[in-house]
Design a protein around this ligand. Structure first.
Ligand code: SF4
Length: 372
């Protein structure tokens, strides 16, 4: 691991040396310093710095879980310009599963040691909080030990409003139905102007943050994402992380930060192309250093591919999500290389060990199930 002598002896700029010393001494870096790292830090040194933070928090442990996804529908009232997934009702490629069909998906895993179901989808105009609540209850009745991580803040805002409830009432009701935690989706980019340009119609930044803050207050933990690599600039990524860091200071309810890379196929922003692997690594590294109060940083392997995921483990990442199965369509429809994102536990462990790290199977809340 990098140490203070290495930092002081390094042939790096005075600015980088100053930031590195702060990170070494566990001092929080400022937005200006975060921006400087994005723009100017030499990638190898930046990686070492992020790796120091990662190893201080988790050693070589690299976490994964055994999960599967249910995407109830891709019918959505919104039309985000980066989205390759949404369809209108009746349009070719649209789906909406019934509760019975979704229960059958859960039953496929009977007798298998999965610990989590991840449920997200489009914002269906006709499905409300009680419809989804009954789904959660049906799943819990069948398999009480399965952790249900469900619904982005965007889906939550719509279903809670339709039920005529306050955010707090809606979240408490869903918790009673069986909701255990909330994933981080729908955050996209918090800067109001950029958000307006890429997904102006859906939940505002303030609503996203309010839903997560309220969730934490009623003891529903959550994750947070960012969508990067489209029209945003580095300052927008820093602004995004700053708002999360401030919220986390108040509640401590985020477990994991998950940078999601914009992928270009089949959406209105295809003309932008995609950022490089180097950019992905830089983004992970700055995120790990800047977000000093969110314990975990996740690389979502179906999105960036297995080789980059291995590299990311040296740039601050300590979690690579789960076994997933082929049950998520969100990224396959946006043109990722791996069109059948399936990895069993043995291949996940192999991927982690191939990067000289320790594979640790966890549950959703990061309790260790088994170290390999
Ligand atoms: S990103 Fe989500 S909210 Fe936006 S159009 Fe796609 S499914 Fe709907």
């Amino acid at each position: 691991m990098i140490n203070i002598e290495t930092i002081l002896a390094s042939d790096i700029s005075a600015e980088l040396k100053h930031i590195a010393q702060k990170v070494f001494h566990k001092q929080r870096i400022s937005p200006e310093e975060g921006l400087w790292l994005f723009h100017k830090a030499e990638l190898g040194f930046l990686g070492s710095l992020a790796n120091m933070v990662r190893e201080r928090l988790h050693g070589d442990n690299t976490y994964f879980n055994r999960n599967f996804h249910i995407e109830p529908t891709n019918i959505c009232i919104y039309n985000c310009s980066f989205c390759s997934y949404k369809r209108n009702a009746g349009q070719e490629g649209a789906w909406e599963f019934s509760t019975d069909e979704m229960l059958e998906m859960v039953k496929k895993y009977d007798g298998q040691p999965v610990t989590e179901v991840h449920i997200v989808g489009g914002v269906h105009p006709k499905r409300d909080l009680h419809y989804y609540g009954e789904l959660l209850k049906t799943i819990k009745t069948h398999r009480p030990d399965l952790h249900i991580k469900a619904f982005t803040a965007v889906e939550l805002e719509f279903m809670i409003k339709r039920a005529g409830m306050s955010i707090s009432e809606g979240l408490k009701a869903l918790k009673t139905y069986g909701l255990d935690s909330i994933p981080g989706g729908g955050a996209e980019i918090f800067d109001e102007q950029i958000r307006k340009e890429v997904c102006g119609a859906k939940s505002t930044t303030d609503i996203w943050l309010e839903i997560h803050e309220t969730a934490h207050k009623v003891e529903i933990p959550s994750n947070a994402t960012i969508l990067y690599g489209h029209i945003e600039k580095y300052e927008h990524r820093i602004d995004h992380m700053l708002r999360l860091r401030d919220l986390q200071d108040r509640t401590g309810g985020f477990n994991t930060y998950i940078p999601l890379k914009f992928r270009k196929e089949n959406n209105h922003l295809s003309y932008l192309g995609e950022v490089s692997t180097e950019e992905d690594l830089r983004n992970y590294a700055v995120s790990r250093i800047f977000l000093d109060n969110i314990p975990h940083l996740k690389a979502y392997w179906p999105m960036i591919g297995k080789p980059t995921t291995q590299l990311a483990l040296s740039f601050g990442v300590d979690d690579i999500d789960g076994t997933i199965d082929d049950t998520t369509k969100i990224y396959t429809m946006a043109g990722v290389e791996d069109q059948t994102p399936v990895m069993n536990t043995a291949s996940l462990v192999e991927l982690i060990k191939g990067a000289n790290r320790i594979a640790v199977e966890r549950d959703t809340l990061y309790n260790t199930i088994k170290a390999y």
